[in-house]
Write a protein that binds this ligand. Structure first.
Ligand SMILES: [Cu+2]
Length: 117
C-alpha cells in the first residue's frame, strides 16, 4: 500500500516536471539542439552559431525549396552539404577552430556563419 502511494507520487511529480519543462519539446528535434541550424524563410538560424571543436552541426531545411550550406571559397575549412531537400537535414563536423562563413549555393544572398572555438 505504501509502495503504491509512493509510486503514484513519483508519477505525479514526473508528470508535473514534464509538463512544466519548456525545453522538453525542443530536445526532441535533434541529438543536441544547440548544434542545429534551421533553414526557414530562406534564412539560416541561428547565425552565427558558436560550437566547440569536434562538433557536428546539422542543417535542417524547414522551407519548401532546397537549400545548401556551402563554405565561402575563402574559408579555411571547405564544406558543402549539397542540396538539402525540404524537410531533410545534412550534417558537417567541424574539426578545427575558426570562423567559417557559408552561403546557400542556390540562393547566394542567404548567408551564415559558424564560429568554432
Ligand atoms: Cu537556398
Amino acid at each position: 500500500m505504501k509502495k503504491s502511494v509512493l509510486f503514484a507520487l513519483t508519477l505525479t511529480a514526473l508528470t508535473v516536471m514534464l509538463t512544466l519543462g519548456g525545453c522538453g519539446r525542443t530536445n526532441t528535434s535533434g541529438p543536441n539542439n544547440g548544434n542545429v541550424v534551421t533553414i526557414y524563410n530562406s534564412a539560416f538560424s541561428p547565425t552565427p552559431l558558436t560550437v566547440a571543436v569536434g562538433t557536428t552541426v546539422t542543417w535542417k531545411n524547414g522551407d519548401s525549396t532546397a537549400h545548401t550550406a556551402t563554405a565561402d571559397n575563402s574559408s579555411a575549412f571547405h564544406f558543402d552539404t549539397g542540396g538539402i531537400s525540404p524537410g531533410a537535414a545534412s550534417a558537417v563536423t567541424f574539426t578545427q577552430a575558426g570562423t567559417f562563413e557559408y552561403f546557400c549555393n542556390l540562393h547566394p544572398a542567404m548567408r551564415g556563419k559558424i564560429v568554432v572555438l
